[in-house]
Ligand binder design. Sequence first.
Ligand code: PGA
Length: 253
Amino acid sequence: MSRRKFVAGNWKMNLRSSSAVQLVGDLLASLPAGDCEIAVCPPSLYIPAVALRLRGTRIGVGGQNLWGEKDDAFTGEINGEMLVDCGCAYVILGHSERRQYAGETDAMVSRKLHSALAAGLVPIVCVGETLAQRDAGETQRIVTSQLHGSLADIDSHQASKVVVAYEPVWAIGTGRTATPQQAEEVHLLIRELLGDRFGTSTAAAIRIQYGGSVKPSNAADLLSQPNIDGALVGGASLKVEDFIPIIAAAAQN
Ligand code: PGA
C-alpha cells in the first residue's frame, strides 16, 4: 500500500500576519517538484490571511486546535466549522503542548476529533510519551492508551480520514530527535493498533507522521522508514531554508 507522504508545519504561537504571509509566499516560490501533501498550521488569527495567499496552491491550511462543540456560549473558542469557513482543510488535535499546558485529556481529544470529522476537516491526532515515561519503559503503554482514548468511538470509515502524529515529547523543540529505528518501532506499533481496531486495509491506508525536531539533516532518514508517512514540523517549518528540504525529502521518499 503506498501512502502519500504528508508534511505539515506547526507554527505554534509564532510570526505576525505580515511575516506569515511572507513565509508562505517564499515557500510557494521554492516548492520542490514531486508528489507529497503539504500544509501549514498558523496561529488561528492569521489563518484567513494565510489561506487567502494559499488559495488554489499545493499548500493547504490547518488549525492548531478547535473546540469540539457547535456554535454556542464558549468564550474564547473556535470550532471546526469556523476553521473550514476560514479556509482550513486540517486541524492538529491533542498536541502535547495542549495536553501539558491546557490540560487536554484523551476524552477531550476524542470529542474534538468527532467534531473535526463532522466539519469535514482532516484531523492530525498527536500521541507521544515523555522522557520519564520512555525511561520507565512505558512508551508502548502510553502510546496505546492515548491512541485508543483519542480515537474512541470512531468507525473504520472515519478512521480512514485521520492522520496520526507520533511525537515523543522529549524530542519536541529539544533538538533531540528519535532515531529512525526508535520512531519506526513506535510507528509500527501504532499501525498494528490501528489494524486491531479498524482492520488491516484501513490501517494500511492511514498516514502516520513523525514529529519532534525534524530538520533537513534527519528528514530523509526518518521519512524512508516503512511506517513513517510524513512529518509534523515545528521550529523548522518557520524557516524556508529548513522547511523546503524537508518537503523535498518527503517528495523523494
Ligand atoms: P519541533 O516541534 O519540530 O519544533 O520539535 C514539533 C511539534 O511540536 O509538532
